[in-house]
Design a protein around this ligand. Sequence first.
Ligand SMILES: Cc1cc2nc3c(=O)[nH]c(=O)nc-3n(C[C@H](O)[C@H](O)[C@H](O)COP(=O)(O)OP(=O)(O)OC[C@H]3O[C@@H](n4cnc5c(N)ncnc54)[C@H](O)[C@@H]3O)c2cc1C
Length: 459
Amino acid sequence: MQTYDIVGVGFGPANIALAIALEEYEFPGSRLFLERRPGPSWQPEMLLPGSDIQNHPCRDLVTPRNPRSRYTFMNFLVENQRLFDHLNLGLEFPLRYEYAQYVSWVADFFAGEVRYGTAVESLRLDPHDANLFIVTTEAGESIRARSVVVAPGRTPLIPSVFAECDPARVFHLTQFNQRLEALATAAPLQHIAVIGGSQSAAELVLHLRDRCPDAQISNVMRAYGYRLKDTSQFSEHVYFPEFVDYYYNLSGDGKKRINQHLHYTNYSSVDKDVITSLYARMYEDKLRQAERIRMASSSEILSCGVQGATQGQLQLEVREVNTGAVAKIENIDAIVLATGFRNLGVGEGEESCPAILQGLQDHLAHNQNGILHIQRDYSLSAREGHAVPPLFLNGLCESSHGYGDAGSFSLLALRARDIYESLSDKLNTDQNTRTSAQKQRKAACHTDRVAEFTGAEVQ
Ligand SMILES: Cc1cc2nc3c(=O)[nH]c(=O)nc-3n(C[C@H](O)[C@H](O)[C@H](O)COP(=O)(O)OP(=O)(O)OC[C@H]3O[C@@H](n4cnc5c(N)ncnc54)[C@H](O)[C@@H]3O)c2cc1C
C-alpha cells in the first residue's frame, strides 16, 4: 500500500488552489488528489449557456495570494490568446463556460498529482500506525496518508418530502445536465418543475424555457418572488479575508445575527441581470399568448407523488403559505431541486459531519452542540484521549468561518495558504527537508499575511 504525505479528497477549486500553493511554496512532500469525476471540471452539471459567474474574476484560484502566479485567470486569457477579446466583451462578469475552462486549464498542470475517476468512500485511522490514515476508494483500493485534506464540496440538500422519489425524475441541480438529457432522450419533456428561489433556480427556469421550447415550467418557491441579491459594497465585506477572523470568533448568537443580515449576499436571491431577463421573457410570452412559465410563489410543498403509474409522471401538492390554500401541480415529467447545500451544524438542513468522515467521528473533537470542532486553520482536532494525524476541511466551513467559505471562490486562494502553512508545520517538513530558498519563500508568505491583517480594520 502506498503512503503519501498529503492525500486530497476531491479536486475541485478548493483543492486545486491548494495544489497551486503546494507547488509555489515548494512543499517537498508527496501528494495525491483523488477525484470522483473522470477529468477536470467545475460544476459541469450547471454549465448553462449564457450564465455568468458571481465573483470578480481576479478572485480566482490564486491571485489574492500570489498575483504574479502563472495560474491567474488573467494569465489563462493571455496564454490562450483571448485577453483582448475578453476585455472587449463588456460583461460585468465572465461567462461560466469561460471560468470552467480556466479551472480545467489550471487543473491540467497538476494532472500528475491527481487520480481521476476515483471516489473516496471512507477515511479511518491505520490500526498499525497512529500517525497514518487509511483512505479507501469506492473501488476498494486503500492508500495510506500522513495527512488528509477533505474538499468534496458540500452535500446537496434534498428536502425530506423528496427523499423517496425516483432519482431519475427528481434530482438536485448538481445532476441537472445528465439527468435532464437522459429523460429528454427517452421522451419529449412537457412539464418540468424547478423548486427554489435562488440564483440557480432563476437560471434554470430561464434555461429550460429555451432548451425545452414545448414544455411548461412550474417554479415553486417559499418566497413571495425572486429577491434581488444584496450587492451593497458594505455587505460584501463579508468576502474580505479579515471577516473570517471576525466571524470565527463570534458567539453562536453573534453568528446567527450577522447571518440574518448577510444571507441575501449569496442565498435566496438573484442577480439583477437574471431577474430582468426572466421577467422580460415571461412578458414576451404573455404578448405572444404563449405563456409557459408558471410561478407558484409563497408556496410550500406538502407532498410529491407519482401520478398515473404507467407514465411515471409526478404531482406536487402545495400550500400557499399566506392564505393556506392547497393546490396540485400535475403531470410533471421532471423536478429539479435548486434547494441548496448542507452546511455543518445541527439545525434544519444541516449535517453534523460530512459522510466521508463518519468512520473518524469517535476520534474527533466536537463542540457543545455536537458539531465537529473546526480550528481557525481549518483542521479538525482529536477528542481528548485520542490522536488523529493532520486532517483539514477545505471548503466545508461556512458555519464556522463565514459566507466567504463554502459557497464562494472569494477566499479560496488565501484559505489554501492557511492550510498549507498549518499542514507543513504539522507534518514537520520544515525541519526535515526544507532548503533555505524554500524557507525564505515561506517567510515572505508570512510577511504578506501580517501586512494584510494589520492593514485592514473590521467594521
Ligand atoms: C451551480 C453553481 C454555481 C456556482 N457559481 C459560483 C460563482 O459564480 N462564483 C463563486 O464564487 N462561487 C460559485 N459557486 C460556489 C462554488 O461552487 C464554489 O465556490 C466552488 O466550486 C467550491 O469548490 P470546492 O472545490 O469546495 O467544491 P466543488 O466545486 O464541489 O468540488 C468538489 C470536488 O470533489 C469531488 N468529490 C466529491 N466527493 C468526492 C469523493 N468522495 N471522492 C473523490 N472526489 C469527490 C467532486 O467531484 C468535485 O469535483 C457555485 C456553486 C454552484 C453549485
